[in-house]
Design a binder for this molecule. Structure first.
Ligand code: NAD
Length: 348
């Protein structure tokens, strides 16, 4: 039987990506919606065959406890609201899938992990790229060692934001700008690929003058992560530069390019390496799979088998700890040292 999910927050991501992805999922199905707008919930509910009694608003949310069809809750709200709804979901005895960034601080992220552990429910962070086959193939290539040691990871996540006001420009709701929203993919990928935790980080922020969008949050950030094995990750993220979501890994014996690594689709994996004396360039075609469907099915599978998801809450906590060190570095202008011990188990 498919795992029943309640979707909390019917914004762009929920409507354009997550709800349609259930059509491609094999182990998960939407069974409830939670929205501040009853009209929207009704229309979307009809579209996805949700029972009228399974439509909730933020005030009636806790009644999900009485609906046995809901086994898991997918939180797709503005970042600062994640903690409240994760905690309320845990209290209702439901497993939780929470969108990235997990929260707006490591304190909140830790509290969310504890709330789910105390309630004995699973907590998974929606790091969709870790379920995407090309990103996983890069991890495998890096880890199997055939291309030698990794020297440099280059990760970029840029896009041009609209000029209209929205929660992403409000620090209170978003926690930060480009870094927690899209730069996080670069940080998370560097950790996912190497399986290591950075011990030193350095970051610089630049904001355009007189742009009201960047009064509270950063537009552009460049940051460096140094890993214990010596790998250096150079990451760049901006809300003001033409879209680029590429990942490149420089190893002793070759280069791995993953174009559009962090996009919803269109990944293109290319390997350049030396075979004896000849240089070879190979394009790998792994086909396109809906990463949201893969992520939902992973969570569903873990719940059915009583396993911990591959991207549990602790992963989100660690990213927040590192992002806080990056912000500290932007304020002091100096590198920040981190403990190599993260308390994470080796699920990655
Ligand atoms: P959005 O603005 O399109 O939707 C947010 C939803 O929350 C809306 O339905 C809105 O009505 C509701 N909401 C409730 N209280 C609100 C408040 N006080 N202010 C603003 N909105 C409020 O945002 P989105 O792009 O769908 O992002 C939602 C979450 O998903 C965020 O955490 C974001 O980081 C994450 N996200 C993840 C990905 C991904 O690829 N995994 C992509 C986009 C967004």
């Amino acid at each position: 039987k498919r795992v029943g999910f309640a979707i909390v927050g019917l914004g762009r991501l929920a409507l354009e990506e997550i709800l349609p992805a259930f059509g491609e999922a094999k182990k998960a199905r939407p069974v409830a919606l939670v929205s501040g707008s009853p009209d929207k919930a009704r229309v979307v509910g009809e579209q996805y065959g949700i029972k009228p009694e399974a439509l909730y608003d933020y005030a009636s949310f806790d009644r999900i406890a009485d609906n046995p069809e809901i086994e898991a809750v997918y939180i797709v709200l503005p970042n600062a609201m994640h903690r409240e709804f994760v905690e309320r979901a845990a209290k209702a005895g439901k497993h939780v899938l929470c969108e990235k960034p997990m929260a707006t601080s490591s304190v909140d992220a830790r509290a969310m992990t504890k709330a789910c552990a105390d309630a004995k429910v699973q907590l998974m962070i929606a790091y969709r790229c870790q379920y995407e086959p090309n990103n996983r193939a890069v991890q495998k290539l890096v880890r199997d060692g055939a291309m030698g040691a990794v020297k440099i990871v280059e990760a970029t996540n840029t896009q041009v934001m609209g000029t209209g006001d929205q929660w992403r420009f409000r620090k209170e709701l978003a926690g930060g700008g480009a870094l927690p929203d899209i730069g996080l993919y670069c940080l998370n990928a560097a950790r996912f690929l190497t399986g290591e935790e950075p011990t030193e980080v350095f970051a610089r922020i630049r904001n355009p003058k007189d742009d009201p969008r960047y009064r509270e949050v950063e537009e552009t950030i460049a940051f460096t992560l140094v890993f214990p094995s010596g790998v250096i990750a150079n990451c760049s993220s901006s809300y003001g530069a033409h879209e680029n979501k590429d990942l490149r890994v420089h190893l002793e014996k070759g280069t791995i390019d993953l174009e559009r690594a962090f996009a919803y689709e269109g990944q293109e994996l290319k390997l350049s390496r030396r075979d004896g004396t000849a240089e070879s360039i190979e394009t790998k075609r792994l086909g396109q799979k809906n990463q949201f469907a893969l992520e939902l099915d992973h969570m569903a599978e873990c719940l059915r088998e009583g396993r911990r998801p591959r991207t549990p809450g602790e992963e989100g906590v660690q990213d927040h700890v590192i992002m806080e060190a990056l912000y500290e570095s932007t304020r002091s202008g100096a590198p920040v040292t981190l403990s190599a011990v993260s308390g994470l188990d080796s699920t990655r």
